[in-house]
Design a protein around this ligand. Structure first.
Ligand code: ASP
Ligand code: MG
Length: 409
């Protein structure tokens, strides 16, 4: 007998049939003698619909009320899943965030889990019941409802698994694992049997959005090993786990792509302390998320900075930067370029293998694909290319690192 924590996302509970499917999967685990806790999201599209209604009534809805409203989506799901289970003869009870002892701190709509008191859930389990927990929500120490940020049910599941010291934690979704690249782009992409927390985080930050990044960070911090797998079949998924020495034998775990990127370059910046802070500070104040930052060494006392962002943010970035330009120098200018995409190779093996960047750039060069900006971390190399080239770029790099072939053990 094992204690299994599962998480079913919005698409997995997106219709009456899908809810029945979830219930029969849970029933099967229960029939095999396991204890089961399932954390569920709101039915697909419900959260967005609720946000839409709120915005129709009020341009900036009070966040306290948004939390009350949005948390109701998950509350529908837990009740429905329990009803389906009861109909199949399985004893199941629902638990809201409060009932599941999920205590949060921080602000409305972006609550952080502070602690979990698992007593109530453990009590139900001891009575032989399946427990269905509402994801994405908790209550403050003062009893106010908090939601945990979009995609927050992943975090709820990882945290519940940690608090119960579960034997197994599974994130069930509509993809059946983490692939070496998006299979819609690279047709011989392979499902990875395992990936380290850090690689998973770098893949996510590069566009392979299987899960909310915050929940992977949480899992790493608390050592929760989990599996990403499909809610629609029984194929083995991908285990996300601490790295172990054998993992470094593989140089590159995967290739990830992010479309709709734009570049902003500021030229003729006097090479003086504080100028970079001024530029990035005004973008931060405008809440613009900067991705890659490349700056060159000054020549003639003037430097240039380039950074990338989502294309949607380009207009706002230009507007935010305009007033700062004059403060920098009379010659300072902004250049912008949209229609870019980012390609990243990710792998902890990079730490112990050399020549990874050279191989990647060679593959792109031979395919006639020009590289714009380059940035690296210890386990990731990212480049920008023209968006029209991104699929070819992904294919040639995937092939150059033999990612379609199973690595030798
Ligand atoms: N229902 C919430 C959302 O759509 C939480 C989740 O699905 O994880 O963001
Ligand atoms: Mg979701």
């Amino acid at each position: 007998m094992a204690l299994i924590v599962q998480k079913y996302g919005g698409s997995s509970v997106g219709s009456i049939d899908r809810i029945r499917n979830v219930a029969s999967r849970i029933k099967k685990l229960r029939d095999e003698g396991n204890q089961v806790v399932a954390v569920v999201s709101a039915m697909g599209g419900v959260t967005d619909k609720l946000i839409g209604m709120a915005n129709e009534l009020n341009e900036s809805p009070p966040e306290r009320e948004l939390d009350v409203l949005l948390s109701s989506g998950e509350q529908q799901s837990i009740a429905l899943v329990c009803m389906a289970l009861n109909d199949m003869g399985v004893e199941a009870v629902s638990a809201t965030g409060r009932q599941a002892g999920i205590r949060t701190v921080g602000s409305h709509t972006r609550g952080r889990i502070d602690e979990i008191d698992p007593t109530i859930v453990q009590g139900y389990l001891a009575e032989g019941k399946v427990v269905i927990v509402a994801g994405f929500q908790g209550v403050t120490h003062d009893g106010l409802i908090h939601t945990l940020g979009r995609g927050g049910s992943d975090l709820s599941a990882i945290a519940v698994a940690a608090s119960l010291n579960a034997d197994v934690c599974q994130i069930l979704t509509d993809v059946d694992g983490v692939y070496t690249c998006d299979p819609r782009v690279v047709k011989d992409a392979r499902k990875l049997p395992e990936i380290s927390y850090d690689e998973m985080l770098e893949m996510a930050s590069s566009g392979s959005k299987v899960m909310q990044s915050r929940s992977v960070e949480f899992a790493k911090k608390y050592g929760v090993v989990f599996e990403v797998c499909s809610s629609l079949n029984d194929n083995p998924g991908t285990l996300v786990t601490e790295e172990h020495p054998a993992m470094e034998a593989v140089v590159i775990r995967g290739v990830s792509i992010e479309r709709s990127q734009a570049r902003v370059t500021i030229t003729e910046i006097p090479d003086k302390p504080g100028n970079s802070a001024k530029i990035l500070g005004c973008l931060a104040d405008a809440e613009i998320n900067i991705d890659m930052i490349v700056s060159n060494i000054a020549s003639n006392g003037m430097a240039r900075h380039s950074f990338t962002m989502h294309t949607n943010d380009l207009g706002r970035a230009q507007a935010a930067l305009k007033p700062v330009l004059g403060e920098l120098s009379s010659e300072a200018q902004i250049e912008t370029e949209a229609g870019l995409a980012k390609l990243s190779t990710v792998g902890i093996g990079m730490r112990s293998h050399s020549g990874v960047a050279a191989k990647m750039f060679q593959a792109l060069g031979s395919a006639g694909i020009n590289i714009g900006m380059i940035s690296t971390s210890e386990i990731k190399i990212s480049v920008t290319v023209e968006e029209t080239n991104i699929e070819d770029a992904a294919r040639v790099v995937h092939e150059a690192f033999d990612l379609d072939k199973k690595p030798e053990a």
